[in-house]
Write a protein that binds this ligand. Structure first.
Ligand code: SF4
Length: 292
């Protein structure tokens, strides 16, 4: 029977998931993706993880455990530098080792990626297919170019930028709470991932000192939006070291520039109502400031 690879719908899935799925698809490899994060998966991850780690990592563990007995292999790439020599977070890099613990080393397929995605995926492809040209072709076809939204700021009365990692925000429930509440309050919402790579990867000013790829992106998005929107909301997970450092920097700069800045820290115990109330109060404050 054809072997099946499991892909967890967590963490870097929200950045590279389509690319990896297309690669497997074009190569004719059978795969299974875990479902959208739900309460059951969160509980499974929380129950089986250390209380010290961030919620996104606990959720990733829930997805791992969900797929564990449904597939022959689990695909957990170890992305050290996604681009330049900028690191991902150590907890992301440690996920393949956590997966060994849960599922056994033999089950985990974990190519190590340091900027170059091609070679690790090429060797992975060779495990399943003999024809190297087919692997190269699958890789090239999978590399689709992301189209960025055209952003306009001039005609919008109320504007807010929500800054957060892709895996925090692209979840139906969180989207409804965060984006939904701002929209209900009449705000146009701008996200970090709406911005072009060129903006997110800038290395001028303080950004050049940030050695974590996704934190540099958050900071660059903050800089870009800070003179274009009426307020900035930073949404991050409790126990996230990199975000708490960058969050402090952004909050300090926002204070100096008098930009309304709301920090929401969440974990598995965060209540929906509490978050909505804080967002509504923040919106009210911006409206008063603008005399609307
Ligand atoms: S960056 Fe923060 S939220 Fe993301 S995996 Fe690392 S510690 Fe967790």
């Amino acid at each position: 029977m054809k072997k099946r690879i499991g892909i967890i719908r967590a963490l870097l899935y929200y950045r590279y998931g389509n690319f990896f799925i297309n690669f497997f698809k074009y190569l004719g490899i059978n795969y299974l993706i875990s479902p959208e994060t739900n309460k059951e998966l969160i509980d499974l991850g929380v129950k089986n993880s250390s209380s010290e780690v961030c919620l996104p990592l606990k959720i990733a563990c829930g997805h791992l455990l969900y797929l564990k007995d449904k597939v022959d292999y689990l695909f957990i790439p170890k992305i050290i530098y996604p681009y330049e020599k900028l690191y991902t977070c150590p907890k992301m890099m440690g996920l393949p080792t956590i997966a060994w613990y849960f599922c056994g080393k033999k089950k985990i397929i974990s190519p190590t990626i340091k900027r170059n995605f091609f070679l690790p995926l090429f060797f992975l492809g060779l495990k399943f297919k003999k024809n190297p040209f087919k692997i190269i072709s699958a890789y090239l076809k999978a590399k689709e170019k992301k189209e960025n939204k055209k952003l306009s700021f001039d005609n919008e009365k109320l504007k807010v930028a929500i800054l957060s990692h892709f895996y925090n925000i692209y979840n139906k429930e969180i989207e409804d709470i965060l984006i939904g509440t701002f929209k209900k309050e009449g705000f146009s919402v701008y996200l970090k991932d709406d911005l072009d790579e060129k903006i997110l990867r800038k290395k001028d000013g303080f950004a050049k000192n940030i050695r974590w790829a996704f934190e540099r992106e958050l900071y660059n998005a903050f800089k870009y939006y800070s003179d274009k929107v009426d307020g900035i909301c930073f949404f991050f997970s409790f126990a996230c070291g990199p975000d708490s450092l960058i969050g402090e920097m952004m909050a300090k700069e926002a204070k100096e520039k008098k930009i309304p800045f709301l920090t929401i820290i969440f974990d598995e115990h965060s209540g929906k109502e509490g978050m909505i109330t804080r967002i509504e109060a923040f919106c009210e404050m911006i409206k008063k400031k603008k005399s609307l």
